[in-house]
Write a protein that binds this ligand. Structure first.
Ligand code: RB5
Length: 149
């Protein structure tokens, strides 16, 4: 599995720690986020990361900003992206099982490093259930296709 990680200034420190976890899990990842505390704009990092997932260059993406909210809004503007804003382990599991989320957003000012790592471990390791959930996701794709027309 190939994973892209991106963050703004609010999330760059946690993003680095998530990189360490992905290395421990032997997951191939690339960090295209900000790498310092200088103020930047989350769409400049979240949208390119989402586009690279949508194109298939990466299987999944992990986005981190102060709250996770801006990054999740930005990523969900990109067709075929299902970005879940998650701050608990239950949602990390269920968003994979039900939503087949291909991106995860977290807020570094909302949760601590240990919980963020547990969320990532769970989200990476959980499989989509398909079936009725796939039918629901098709409705989202159909809507996106109609918007393009
Ligand atoms: C930056 O201060 C902050 O607004 C950003 O990291 C994020 O929380 C936006 O949703």
């Amino acid at each position: 599995m190939k994973v892209v990680v991106a963050s703004d200034h609010g999330g760059y420190q946690l993003a680095k720690q998530i990189g360490v976890l992905l290395e421990d899990l032997s997951i191939d990842y690339t960090n295209i986020g900000s790498d310092c505390a200088d103020s930047v704009d989350y769409p400049d990092y979240g949208i390119p990361a989402a586009e690279r997932v949508a194109k298939g260059e990466f299987d999944r993406g992990i986005l981190i900003c102060g709250t996770g909210i801006g990054m999740s809004i930005a990523a969900n503007k990109v067709k075929d992206i299902r970005c879940a804003l998650v701050h608990d382990v239950y949602s990390a599991r269920v968003t994979r099982v039900h939503n087949d989320s291909n991106m995860l957003a977290m807020g570094a000012r909302v949760i601590g490093e240990d919980l963020a790592k547990e969320i990532v471990r769970t989200w990476i390791g959980t499989t989509f259930q398909g079936g009725r959930h796939a039918d629901r996701i098709s409705k989202l794709s159909d809507y996106e296709t109609k918007q393009e027309a």
